[in-house]
Design a protein around this ligand. Structure first.
Ligand SMILES: NC(=O)c1ccc[n+]([C@@H]2O[C@H](COP(=O)([O-])OP(=O)(O)OC[C@H]3O[C@@H](n4cnc5c(N)ncnc54)[C@H](O)[C@@H]3O)[C@@H](O)[C@H]2O)c1
Ligand SMILES: [Zn+2]
Ligand SMILES: [Zn+2]
Length: 353
């Protein structure tokens, strides 16, 4: 089969790789119909240093087939698989766990006793999803039939970005009337804005270096913070109160520090951007101000499917609007170049094998 293989910094190539095989009775093999490029893939693409220390599992060693978002057709099933049949269209969870140990059954898959959790395409044992064929372990748990009324492109968002945005919104304690700031307006930051407004935020301030991305946020109903010192601008806009809920969706110390400077008394900072610098300081005022800080670098995707599928089916959210770019998988090199050059208006990028 063919897939996208990372050879080094900014060097992704479409090339031949070994076909995956059923390795366990609970595996299935899926032939991809569509796959996504995530902001996390960009950390690998730019070789943003070593992520192993923070336990994110990213490996920059060796050539790896990349990607962790895919929807496809089941082409082979292991003997112990009960939920899937050959020919079904399924969406994968980018985050994988065994799904049957006591911790997984309790919804605590980061404590999985059946081999621990993992993510595809990070060089930690599971092949990448930006390929024609994918081996899905524990498939009854880590894959689900394409839900009725959900498109393949919406389902790609369910494999990672939308649950990540939703988890971060829940972690930020957003409720009706709350003021919100989102730092980083990539596909996930924009989904955070859509969800925050749906969940009753009174105002959402949108912060990014790229004007086109701030404009996209404004179209959703957010207030773009255009120019000036962001802390000063928000201090003035909020009459010194600052913001109830801040979401960091970039993945750097600089933006974590900014998020901590934007939160007000009794507020919450929710960090979703995967950051391997981790050398920031929590300012003393956060302790005086009863601030809550939550971080989640690895969203347990399946935990949020039920809520999000219901919202998609009811037409309450339309995150597919953030899909701006579609490429053949064979043009993956160009797709990576475009998505990583976020000066352009390119947002969520989908690849078709
Ligand atoms: N927690 C999880 O489970 C999870 C899952 C998927 C992705 N992620 C992470 O989410 C982050 C966002 O990913 P994405 O897919 O939305 O795409 P992305 O990485 O393209 O988005 C990042 C955005 O941040 C902006 N940015 C960069 N520096 C900035 C600064 N100093 N101030 C303000 N904005 C700045 C960029 O212009 C860009 O719009 C990445 O770090 C990714 O690794 C986390
Ligand atoms: Zn991801
Ligand atoms: Zn488990």
């Amino acid at each position: 089969m063919k897939g996208l293989v990372l050879h080094g910094a900014e060097d992704v190539r479409y090339e031949g790789i070994d076909d995956p095989e059923i390795a366990d009775a609970r595996d299935i093999i899926v032939q991809a119909k569509a796959c996504g490029i995530c902001g996390s893939d960009l950390h690998l693409y730019h070789q943003h240093g070593d992520f192993t220390e923070i336990g994110a599992g990213f490996s920059t060693a060796g050539k790896i087939c990349v990607g962790h978002e895919a929807v496809g057709e089941v082409v082979e099933i292991g003997k112990a698989v009960t939920r899937h049949r050959v020919g079904d269209t399924v969406m994968l969870s980018g985050f994988v766990s065994c799904g049957r140990c006591a911790e997984c059954l309790r919804g605590n898959s980061k404590m999985c006793r059946g081999g621990g959790w993992n993510v595809y395409g990070l060089g930690t044992g599971l092949g990448g999803c930006q390929s024609e064929l994918i081996r899905v372990p524990g498939a009854d748990h880590n894959a689900a039939a394409l839900p009725e009324g959900v498109s393949i492109e919406q389902a790609i968002l369910l494999t990672d970005n939308l649950p990540t945005a939703y988890c971060a919104v829940l972690n930020a304690d957003i409720r009706s009337g709350r003021t919100v700031a989102v730092v980083g307006l990539g596909p996930i930051g924009l989904m955070v804005i859509e969800l925050a407004l749906m969940m009753g935020a009174s105002v959402v301030y949108a912060i990014d270096l790229v004007p086109e991305r701030r404009r996209r946020a404004a179209e959703l109903g957010a207030v773009p913070v255009d120019g000036g010192d962001v802390v000063e601008v928000l201090a003035e806009a909020t009459k010194g109160k600052m913001v109830d809920c801040v979401i960091e969706a970039v993945g750097s110390d600089r933006t974590v520090k900014l998020a901590l400077d934007l939160v007000g008394i009794d507020g919450t900072v929710s960090i979703l951007g995967v950051n391997n610098e981790m050398d920031f300081r929590i300012p003393p005022k956060a302790f005086f101000n009863n601030v809550t800080i939550r971080g989640n670098f690895a969203t347990e995707i399946t935990r949020y499917w039920q809520d999000l599928i219901a919202l998609l089916q009811a037409g309450r959210i339309s995150p597919e609007r953030f899909i701006t770019s579609r490429y053949n998988l064979s043009d993956g090199t160009a797709a990576y170049r475009q998505f990583s050059n976020n000066k352009a208006e390119n947002l969520k990028t989908i690849l078709f094998p």
